[in-house]
Ligand binder design. Structure first.
Ligand SMILES: [Zn+2]
Length: 125
C-alpha cells in the first residue's frame, strides 16, 4: 500500500529529526505538503499515520495535510495550466503533451509544530 510506505518514510524522517534535537521536543503537528500528482489519498495517509505513530513519541501528533495543485507548464503557450486526466494531461490550449511539471509532485514536511519541554518546565515554576 502506497500510503503505508509513505508514512514509514515520514516517520523515519521525523524520528531522525527528533533524535537530533537535544531538547527532544514534543511534536504536536506535522504540516505535510502533498501534491495532487503523487496519487496519495489524504484520508488514507492520515489513517496510516495514526496507526504508525501509535506507541511512539509522535502518538499525540496531528498530521495536517496541505494539498498542492498539479500544475504544468506549456513551453509553446508559455503558460501554466492544470492538467486533466481526461485530456491525457495535455495542454488545453494547443494540446501539446505534458512536458514540464511546475508543482504537484511534492511530498514533504512543510513545517513542524512542537512544544519545547524546557520552556514548558520554566513556565510551570
Ligand atoms: Zn500549450
Amino acid at each position: 500500500m502506497h500510503e503505508v510506505d509513505m508514512t514509514r518514510a515520514l516517520l523515519i524522517t521525523l524520528t531522525d529529526w527528533w533524535e537530533a534535537q537535544p531538547e527532544r521536543p514534543q511534536v504536536t503537528r506535522v504540516h505535510l505538503q502533498v501534491g495532487d500528482f503523487t496519487c496519495v489519498e489524504p484520508v488514507s495517509l492520515e489513517f496510516a499515520f495514526t496507526a504508525a505513530v501509535r506507541g511512539t513519541v509522535f502518538a499525540s501528533c496531528e498530521l495536517v495535510i496541505e494539498r498542492v495543485p498539479f500544475v504544468a507548464h506549456c513551453p509553446r503557450c508559455e503558460a501554466n495550466y492544470q492538467p486533466q486526466i481526461g485530456e491525457a494531461y495535455a495542454c488545453p490550449t494547443c494540446h501539446l503533451p505534458l512536458t514540464g511539471i511546475v508543482s504537484g509532485r511534492e511530498l514533504r514536511i512543510a513545517r513542524l509544530e512542537y512544544v519545547d519541554a524546557h520552556l514548558e518546565e520554566s513556565l510551570c515554576t
